[in-house]
Structures are given as structure tokens and as C-alpha cells.
Write a protein that binds this ligand. Structure first.
Ligand SMILES: [Fe+2]
Ligand SMILES: [Fe+2]
Length: 168
């Protein structure tokens, strides 16, 4: 996702605006997710990219956009809170579901999307294609958010090497 691309999509904004306005979702901005992104940025990226894919495939993009935004609605730092990775993978979708139910009514599909988004690491298999999309986009964004500043550093390095060899 291009930064802030979602802001130009009025249909997307309309689907998630009530959620974005809640204190709970706003609070996600206070947590670091993957080194270089906040949990709010991560959640919007997962939600918006999944929404675009679901729309192209004629799936329930509304459910994907809303549940995608809420899939990591938990409030602890997963890198320092003492769980092993397996426990975190198991626990946080359940915490997110409970929190999400406090701010909106969820359809069975939306619940499945939130609960099963870690299905590669846990055994619960998704019931819907929509859940698989959010889970795959979540993995993709995690790698992308982790890598992008490194990519910038690498580009910078390449540029400097070029300059050095030109000035020789
Ligand atoms: Fe997650
Ligand atoms: Fe996530």
C-alpha cells in the first residue's frame, strides 16, 4: 500500500470510518508493531490491501475491510510481554475479538477473519476465503514493514558506492 492511499478511496473510508473514530482503534497508534510501523498503520494496511483484493475477486470486501482493521486489536507489546510465539499467536486473536465486540457488532465471517488470522501458526483453519486473504496479507505486510527501511538503506548505500566510483 502507498502511504495514505486509503484516504483517497471514499468507499473504503465510508466502510471503516465509525471504527477509526473509536478510542480503542485510535489507541493502536501508541503501539509499535513491526519495528518500523505502529499497530494502527499495520492494521490499516492489512485492512485496505485485503479490501482491494476481496473487491477484485467479488468477495465480501466490507467484512474484510472491517475485520482486517480489527484483527490486531490488543494492547500489549508482543515483543516484550512474556509469551512464547505460539502462545501469542494463539492468544492475541482472541483478545482482539473480545475487544472488537465491545465497539461493533460482528458477523460470523468477521469473527472468523479475526480469530483465524494466525492460522499458519495455530491449527484453527479459516472457514472463508475472506479469512485466508486477511491472513496472507497480514504475513505480507509484516515482512514488508520490517524490510522497507532496510531497503531504503540499501538503495542509499548503492547510490553512495556509485558516487564513489564516478569520482575516482
Ligand atoms: Fe495478529
Ligand atoms: Fe497483524
Amino acid at each position: 500500500m502507498q502511504k495514505d492511499e486509503w484516504k483517497n478511496d471514499s468507499e473504503y473510508r465510508e466502510i471503516v470510518s465509525d471504527l477509526l473514530a473509536t478510542d480503542m482503534v485510535k489507541k493502536l497508534a501508541n503501539y509499535t508493531q513491526h519495528h518500523h510501523s505502529t499497530r494502527l498503520e499495520h492494521s490499516i494496511a492489512v485492512s485496505f490491501d485485503s479490501y482491494k483484493i476481496a473487491k477484485r475477486r467479488g468477495l465480501d470486501y466490507r467484512a474484510v475491510a472491517r475485520a482486517g482493521l480489527l484483527h490486531d486489536l490488543f494492547f500489549y507489546d508482543w515483543r516484550t510481554t512474556k509469551f512464547d510465539l505460539g502462545s501469542h499467536a494463539f492468544i492475541h486473536p482472541r483478545v482482539a475479538l473480545r475487544n472488537a465486540e465491545r465497539i461493533t457488532k460482528l458477523s460470523p465471517m468477521e469473527k472468523d477473519i479475526i480469530l483465524k488470522h494466525m492460522w499458519g501458526l495455530t491449527l484453527a483453519r479459516p472457514k472463508y476465503e475472506e479469512s485466508v486473504i486477511v491472513s496472507l496479507v497480514d504475513d505480507y505486510e509484516a515482512v514488508h514493514e520490517f524490510m522497507s527501511p532496510m531497503k531504503a538503506k540499501y538503495e542509499n548505500l548503492k547510490h553512495q558506492v556509485k558516487r564513489i566510483s564516478v569520482s575516482k
